[in-house]
Write a protein of this length. Sequence first.
Length: 187
Amino acid sequence: MTDTDVAVVGGGPAGLSAALFAAKNGLRTTVFDTDETWMHKAHLFNYLGIESEDGSAFMDDSRAQVDEFGVERRQNVAVTSVAENGGGFTVSTEDGEHEAQYVVLATGANRDLAAELGCGFTDEDVVDVDVTMETTVEDAYATGAMVRAEEWQAIISAGDGAAAALNVLTKEKGEHFHDFDTPADAE
Ligand SMILES: Cc1cc2nc3c(=O)[nH]c(=O)nc-3n(C[C@H](O)[C@H](O)[C@H](O)COP(=O)(O)OP(=O)(O)OC[C@H]3O[C@@H](n4cnc5c(N)ncnc54)[C@H](O)[C@@H]3O)c2cc1C
């Protein structure tokens, strides 16, 4: 039995979006984050659906949203390594080791953990993923700034995180998974 189904490393837009989709759909989800997201330097005028919002306020809203869905958010806990353990992953932190079935790397432009885990890199020296965001290491995903040399935007990172979580959910449920709600769900 693992400690969590999905371990997310990094709690910026990519990591929290992955966590939102995973936890909302029943997976035990833990996010480790050191709170150095670039969002603290940003003001959003280009995130569809948000006219204007300070980046730190966006993070406050995002954290509250994932908390509502039961994400275990380990704030200000640094992950020091991620390694395969023969059936999942061991995520090592300053305060101990955690076992997870899946890992979503969302550490911004820092690719060190992906390299140590043995993920393949492209000719541009970014982490090699396809549209599912799965890396060359099975069940390990990479999202956000680490998979692009440039063109870094919050909404793209959030989309990457969603894609990673949906692929995990597809594997877990054994058929293609969509997280569709309707107006009746809000009543
Ligand atoms: C000055 C500036 C202005 C910007 N303005 C805009 C804008 O107007 N619109 C826009 O769309 N984008 C803007 N951006 C870009 C936007 O901030 C990024 O695209 C976005 O934050 C990337 O999201 P991410 O989740 O990939 O990475 P990040 O937001 O960088 O999040 C990565 C998180 O991982 C954590 N982390 C890293 N390593 C570890 C570890 N080992 N253990 C635990 N946690 C770890 C970090 O502390 C951080 O919280 C701006 C960026 C800057 C610098």
